[in-house]
Design a binder for this molecule. Structure first.
Ligand SMILES: [Mg+2]
Length: 337
């Protein structure tokens, strides 16, 4: 199998304002594997917060080239995943792109869409939410009108007292179900007070209210929270699940955190065994990564796969949504074009 890669810069439709940062562009790296006239594509959307950058991803790709180069069909993607995990344990995003590319290739080789290759029932896809980043009231209003096709919105909070203004602005424009993502932006007293208030505002759940270091505070908050609380920054890989069962009601699983599609499937099962609800999410990225993850969506309770909708220059087209509900492509592999 031939293996190559390409870095591209995505430009955001709106500057993305989180509790502690603003970004206007994002670099991703596509992994491409080809053999027998078929090409498989994967995407790494690394984030420096989790210790990976386009440079570290490309460095791993260079080292992994002989491993992928030795593959001949038929082969086990499971074994390849295990070998990559052993060789590059700290490179979740890079591994995710390689496994994704190989699964895309395998789907094309066997003429099966990814969900069928992974034996998932495509009929049970959830609704995906659409993210509204922190912004001025007039921009929030514009974003809400643009999200017309999505019945559930994910609202970013974590800006002190301005959080109340954000939520009130959103509520002036829509009665839709809301999910709130705080990206570690609150302290425990603030979280308790705000969650009480949010529970009166048709909010469904709250993601990562506290800094990831504050697990003791999180146990306290979980016990008194009027809304379900979900871990994002606190849970990267399958190994992190045990440590949060007392702190959260659910986990947000992402390919670039957990190491790829096969790891994500294992993580979904482990979370379920620990009575945790499961959300799947994404980074700011193209349709390659979000569509690949969408194939796992029938296995989970909540989906937040809108990364490709937040950029101007997605080179691909992937899954469609019908009133927010994910429609999986029936083309072989990931099914992007
Ligand atoms: Mg989050």
């Amino acid at each position: 199998m031939e293996f190559s890669w390409k870095e591209i810069t995505l430009t955001l439709r709106y500057p993305f304002i989180l509790s502690d940062s603003v970004i206007t562009e994002k670099k991703v790296v596509f992994a491409e594997c080809s053999a027998e006239g078929l090409i498989g594509i994967g995407e790494a959307a690394p984030s420096s917060y989790y210790g990976e950058t386009p440079q570290t991803v490309i460095a791993v790709f260079e080292k992994a080239r002989p491993i992928l180069g030795n593959i001949r069909f038929p082969f086990s993607v499971e074994s390849l995943n295990d070998e990559l995990l052993r060789s590059f344990p700290d490179a979740a995003s890079a591994r995710s792109a390689m496994v994704m590319a190989v699964l895309d290739w395998m789907g094309k080789k066997q003429n099966l869409p990814l969900y069928k290759l992974l034996q998932i029932d495509a009929a049970k896809t959830p609704v995906t939410s659409f993210t509204i980043g922190i912004d001025q009231p007039e921009v929030l209003a514009k974003k809400i009108s643009e999200a017309e096709n999505f019945p559930i919105l994910k609202i970013k909070l974590g800006k002190g007292d301005y959080d109340y203004e954000i939520l009130k602005t959103v509520r002036r424009h829509t009665g839709k179900t809301l999910r709130v993502d705080v990206n570690e932006g609150w302290n425990k007293e603030e979280a308790a007070k705000k969650i009480d208030w949010l529970s009166q505002q048709n909010v469904e759940l709250v993601e990562q209210p506290l800094p990831k270091e504050n697990l003791d505070d999180m146990i306290w908050l979980h016990q008194r929270s009027a809304l379900p609380v979900f871990a994002d920054e606190n849970v990267l890989t399958i190994k992190d699940i045990q440590s949060v069962t007392e702190c959260f009601d659910g986990v947000n699983i992402k390919l670039d955190k957990c190491g790829g599609l096969l790891e994500a499937v294992k993580m979904i099962r482990t979370a379920r065994r620990n009575s945790l609800k499961v959300m799947i999410g994404c980074m700011i990225q193209t349709s390659v990564g979000t569509t690949a993850m969408a194939h796992l969506s029938p296995l989970v309770d909540y989906a937040d796969l809108d990364g490709h909708l937040l950029i101007n220059n997605d080179p691909y087209k992937g899954f469609a949504v019908d009133h927010g509900r994910i429609q999986l492509p029936s083309l072989p592999g990931i099914g992007i074009h």
